[in-house]
Design a protein around this ligand. Structure first.
Ligand code: FES
Length: 377
């Protein structure tokens, strides 16, 4: 409080607060808003919530307008300009959603950047505009809502203590230490369980997700029969069969990533590129044998087995969320939420004429993960 000033006297900053009790003595006709100088009066005198017995002339009211209309107009225009920018950024958010498609990893990155950036801008501008509005146009009046004391009365506290002690006595918890201690012992593992579960946060997968067990010369085995297969045995166009890497029939971890389907096509049905690198809509020719192509069976959406094959359309379907891949075009996604084609496994035949892998997949199989960015899209 400023020396020599009493509560309710005009003070610095803030808007004059109408019928303050301190103003009650002012003569009629001097009631127009004026700036209050000095420390605000105590909360009781400044409360906006008049007690039931408060005389109507002592009920405080908020001032309707700032006392500098010219400055207020400038602030209004500034806030309006900021809100207009927020509107434009909001339109940008909608436009980003329409314009950026997320069918490739790069596309998803651009889409996320545009959506996140425009939305952040909207929220930031709305926040800035609102803060300026509140600070410069609204009255700076302290409001106090009087509440009853939170502490219970002495009688209530005594009653609670008595009830608690009666309950403790009746439960035998105090009298029977054997029961008490064994109960606490039984609860200990439950208390420690959350700590033990932290172990599931590790170890880090490192590059486990980047590779499968497929390697050069590893035979393709027929799933279930666990035997190799040759192109001569698999010569009916439209046939499809599930394949596992030879010798890994009991290794569920390996099979979870390395499961493959092979499909036999008629000459001319596959759309080839001869280049030995991955492309999204062409089968890599020198990764096929006699129009037999091998694709990962792990859906690139969230990893369900994509093994339903529609012979007439050459579509591979994932039953989980209906992603559909064109098997004649490098398992290109033609429908559904899968973001990428099913990776193609390079295959050839060995000296005995059986199908073997030429190496691992050229990219990680299955759903996306953060570190996947360095691989082909
Ligand atoms: S897991 Fe295949 S579409 Fe969702």
């Amino acid at each position: 409080m400023t020396d020599g000033m009493k509560p309710g006297q005009p003070g610095e900053g803030g808007w004059q607060s109408g019928h303050d009790p301190a103003d009650a003595a002012e003569p009629e006709g001097h009631g127009s808003p004026h700036r209050v100088i000095g420390t605000p009066p105590p909360a009781e005198a400044r409360t906006m919530l008049a007690a039931q017995d408060t005389a109507p002339e002592h009920v405080r009211e908020l001032p309707a307008d700032p006392d500098d209309p010219v400055r207020a107009k400038k602030v209004e225009r500034l806030v309006a300009a900021i809100f207009t920018l927020a509107f434009l950024a909001g339109c940008g958010f909608i436009a980003s959603y329409v314009l950026f498609t997320g069918h490739t990893l790069v596309g998803v990155q651009h889409s996320n950047m545009a959506l996140g950036g425009s939305l952040a801008l909207v929220l930031l501008l709305l926040g800035i505009g609102t803060v300026i509005w509140v600070r410069h146009l609204m009255p700076a009046v302290e409001l106090t809502e009087e509440r009853h004391p939170l502490r219970s009365t002495e009688e209530e506290r005594a009653e609670f203590k008595e009830t608690f002690e009666e309950g403790a006595e009746a439960s035998q918890f105090v009298k029977r230490p054997l029961l008490r201690r064994t109960l606490m012992l039984a609860s200990l593992p439950l208390a420690a369980a959350p700590l033990v579960l932290l172990r599931d946060l590790g170890p880090l997968p490192h590059n486990d997700l980047d590779y499968t067990v497929w390697r050069k010369g590893l035979r393709l085995w027929v799933y279930g029969a666990n035997r190799p297969i040759s192109p001569a045995e698999f010569d009916t166009p439209g046939s499809v069969i599930s394949i596992i890497p030879a010798g890994y029939q009991d290794d569920d971890d390996a099979l979870a990533k390395a499961a493959v389907i092979i499909i036999k096509f008629r000459p001319g049905q596959l759309h080839f590129t001869k280049e030995n690198h991955p492309v999204n809509d062409k089968v890599v020719e020198n990764w096929t044998v006699d129009n037999i192509v091998a694709y990962s069976k792990i859906c690139t959406h969230v990893g369900c087995p994509a093994a339903l094959y529609e012979q007439t359309t050459h579509h591979i379907l994932c039953p989980c969320h209906q992603s559909t891949f064109d098997a004649t075009r490098g398992a290109k996604v033609i429908f559904g939420p899968a973001p990428r084609p099913l990776p193609q496994l390079p295959i050839t035949v060995d000296a005995q004429g059986y199908l073997v892998a030429k190496g691992d997949f050229d990219q990680p199989v299955g759903p996306s993960f953060f570190e996947r960015g360095s691989f082909p899209q």
